[in-house]
Design a protein around this ligand. Structure first.
Ligand code: T5A
Ligand code: NA
Length: 214
């Protein structure tokens, strides 16, 4: 039948967490692990620094002297996701699981951590984007984070900002039923075992469900 022949959709899996919590490391390993098991998977990361908005974002993040209005900057990060929506839907509809390094929740957490930025305002431009089937939140304490290589190079990498970001993330965690906390103070390999398990479970549980929106 038509139902039997239909391609099962891929899952939208997002990694979130404060800077240096190990998101990129886990995402890249996960895509490799999935491919080894013949699960179709593709890696994406936000901000996508290759697009026109991405180049402005990259300049803003790397140059702490670069002054841009906070609200305008927030919309730019969101536009950077909207630029990729058609591509994301095409992958998912083709049965390819997307492993995404940061998404809307980063956008909300890092902007709402700033003075004079309302969390409700920050959520608005994310409305209508594909909703992640699972958000794996990498949890590790700040003392450990600051011992990891390269901490402190980019705009938001200081203790005070990271603390505020974590507080907004905690609120988002409570509000969203798709969040799951992963203890990331363990070895890269141990974290990967759990991340792979959660991902395979999610792929199975959503393959016949429609994609929803934020
Ligand atoms: N941002 C982002 C916004 O303000 N708005 C938005 O909408 C979005 C999408 C750049 C900044 O942009 C902000 C948030 C960010 O401040 P980015 O490009 O994702 O975002 O940032 P990066 O600097 O590339 O990545 P992170 O700092 O977030 O680091 P990761 O990816 O969490 O950590 P990773 O995997 O690179 O690991 C860091 C180090 O720790 C080691 C790794 O080997 C590496 O050296 N490590 C471990 N060490 C011990 N034990 C483990 N389990 C380890 N796992 C990793
Ligand atoms: Na990263």
């Amino acid at each position: 039948s038509a139902i039997m022949g239909r391609i099962k959709r891929g899952a939208l899996i997002v990694f979130e967490g404060v800077d240096r919590s190990g998101k990129s490391t886990q995402c890249k390993k996960l895509v490799e692990s999935l491919k080894k098991q013949n699960v179709k998977a593709h890696f994406m990361a936000f901000p996508d620094r290759t697009t026109s908005t991405g180049k402005l974002i990259d300049e803003y993040l790397r140059n702490k002297d670069c002054k841009v209005n906070d609200h305008a900057m927030h919309l730019l990060f969101s536009a950077n996701r909207w630029e990729n929506v058609d591509k994301m839907k095409a992958f998912l509809n083709d049965g390819i699981t997307l492993i995404v390094d940061r998404y809307s929740y980063s956008g909300i957490a890092y902007s709402a951590a700033k003075k004079n930025m309302e969390i409700d305002w920050c959520k608005q431009p994310e409305n209508g984007l594909p909703k992640p089937d699972k958000v794996l939140f990498l949890m590790v304490n700040q003392e450990e984070i600051m011992l990891r290589p390269d901490f402190g190079n980019e705009r938001y990498e200081n203790r005070e900002i990271q603390k505020k970001v974590f507080e907004v993330y905690q609120q988002l965690f409570k509000e969203n039923d798709n969040f799951e906390s992963i203890d990331s103070a363990r070895s890269i390999e141990d974290v990967q075992v759990e991340v792979l398990k959660k991902t395979l479970e999610t792929i199975k549980s959503v393959e016949n469900l429609p994609l929803s929106t934020l």
